[in-house]
Design a binder for this molecule. Sequence first.
Ligand code: BDR
Ligand code: CA
Length: 388
Amino acid sequence: MEKRPFIIDCDTGTDDAIAILAALGSDAIRVRALTSVNGNVNENFTSRNNRDLVGYLGADVEVARGAKIPFYPRAGYYDATHGSEGLGDVTLPAAENVPFTKETAPELIRRIAEEEEGRLELLVVGPMTNIAIALSMYPELKEKIRHIWFMGGAALGGNMTPTAEFNIWVDPVAAKLVIASGIPMTMVGLDVTLKAALNREDEQEIRSFGNKGAVLAADILDYMIRRYADGGEDALMHDALAAAAAVCPQCLVCHDYFVDVECQGEYTAGHTMVDRRGRTGKKPNVSVAMELDAMALPQPKVLNFTSVMTWVLGSTLIYIRMMSPHLALPTSPMPSAFSILPTFRGFWKWSMTLSLYNAIVGSSLSNQMGPPARLQFVPHRGHLPQIR
Ligand code: BDR
Ligand code: CA
C-alpha cells in the first residue's frame, strides 16, 4: 500500500520528538518534511532539534524553519517543561550536514502540497502559526490539503489556563484561522491526550530494544518521568497520540462539532469552543476526538503492525481500565497462538511493545522478540498537573 504523504509541523519538544520518531517508523505514512515553529521553546531550538533528529536518524526528510512569534501578543511562556532547549536533558549531535531548506515553512508546505496533488496531510502538534501564514499567503492551498490532524485544544478544560490548551493558547488567532479554513480536520485535544501517560516500566522496556531510535525515545521518556517526580507534568504522549490518530483513526471516537477559538476574554483567550450541543446552529467543521475505542484497536493477528500508535493507544486503554475497573472492555477472543499471554492486560502490553519496537526499528516482527518476562503493568499515578 502506498504510504500517505505527511508534513509534521511541530515545536519540538519532548513529546513532539517521540511523535516524530513514531511517525518516521510507521508503515502507513511517509514524512516528507518537518516544519518548526515557536512554542515549547523558541524557534531556533525547535528548528535545531528537528534538524538534529533527522541527522541522527539518517532520515530522508526535509527540514524547514518557521514562525518565531505568534500572531497573538503572547510572551513569557517558555519554561522548564521541555528543558531549556526542548529535548529535556538530551543533547543530540549537531547535524551540520543537514541543511535547512531555502524555503520557509509556509513556502515548503505549499510546494509539497502542489507536488502531492491533493494527497498531502498535515500533522500539526504545536501552535498553528505556520499553517495560518501558509493559508494567508496561498489561499488556494486549502483545496490541496487532504486532512489536518492536530494536537490542541480541549472540549473540556485546559492545561495552560482553566479553559485553554497550550498550543491553541500560544496563538489563538492562528488556530482560529486554520480551524475556519474548511480543510477537513481532526482535533486530538486534552480530552484524550491526558489519558496517554507512560511510566518507568515503559521506558525500560523501550530502552531494552537497543536501537538508536528506541534509546533516544527512552532517554526523552526518562527525562519526562524524572520531571514528573519533581512535580512537573506526567510523561504524557500528547503529540504521539495525534500521530496515532492519523494512522489509526478508527481507534478514536470522534464527533463532528462546530469548533471556534476564543481570541478575547480576560480568562478565556485560547479556549476552543466546541459546540457539543449544537447551540450555535453552525455546521460542524472539526472531527473532535472524545474517547478511545478499544474494539477498534488492531487485533493480535496484526503483530507486524508497524506503528507506535497501537502502543500509545494500548497504554491509554490500560490506564482507563485500571482507573475504571467496572468498565467492560473485551477480554477475548484471542488466537490460540497468544494464549500464552495470561491476561488481556498482558496482551495489550505485549502487543503495544512490539508495535513500538516495530515502529522504531522499522522492521517487522523479529525472531528475537518473544513475550517479555514481565507482563505486569504499573499504571501511572493519576496526577495530571498543569503543564505550566
Ligand atoms: C501540547 O503542548 C506542548 O507542551 C506539547 O508538546 C503538546 O503539543 C500539550 O498541551
Ligand atoms: Ca508540541
